[in-house]
Design a protein around this ligand. Sequence first.
Ligand SMILES: Nc1ncnc2c1ncn2[C@@H]1O[C@H](COP(=O)(O)OP(=O)(O)O)[C@@H](O)[C@H]1O
Ligand SMILES: [Mg+2]
Length: 223
Amino acid sequence: MQVLAARNIHKSFPLAEGRLSILKGVNLTVEGGEIIALMGPSGSGKSTLLNILGTLDRPDEGSVSLNGEDVMSMSDDALSRFRNEHIGFVFQFHHLLPELSLWENLVLPTQLGGTERDTSHLDELLEFTGLTGRRGHYPHQLSGGERQRVAMIRALANRPGIIFADEPTGNLDMENGDKLMDLIQALRESEGQTFFIATHSRQVAEKADRRLLLDKGVIKFTD
Ligand SMILES: Nc1ncnc2c1ncn2[C@@H]1O[C@H](COP(=O)(O)OP(=O)(O)O)[C@@H](O)[C@H]1O
Ligand SMILES: [Mg+2]
């Protein structure tokens, strides 16, 4: 089943004079359970595209559908509900709050959502990533790889169907980058989740099912 389709996405940013055109007609589709690596040189617009596909930003032109729903036609309220329910995000910098323990960092977003949520899935994910014993640790007491796994778990708390990750291994060494990709592959196997990963890393690209190259504002399918 198709979980993501983008048609003719255009995006430009204002310059002192005129506009800087970054995306010039991006088309792509992603099937459920795929792991996609979005490649492309720095400044090519990977983060811009990821934010648009993840509904954090709106394109100037074009359409995005997620789970068959046209997200561009939704009101801001409907869109934030949709995002909370269906989409997870992981960034290069883990954005864990330093004054909160690992566990507090994980439950905070679910509490901000207004309702206390079932945390049993968080327990499972901690077990799965070998972090159960670290629940009381603060971010500075964790390694970079562990912090990034916590950021991944946080993104998965609400069991989103699709996870957008922007350079998730950008701050990790090879070994921890591998571990994060192993986790992504294992999650895909157990939960059938879809991962859309913007990355520079050959290592990440090799472990993806499919690689998309963003070049001069359009997608060139590499394979
Ligand atoms: N909010 C913004 N305002 C102005 N320019 C932006 C903005 N966001 C990104 N850009 C510019 O768009 C280009 C693409 O950025 P980005 O999507 O971050 O590329 P990548 O993630 O591939 O490195 C860059 O030249 C960047 O400076
Ligand atoms: Mg980027």
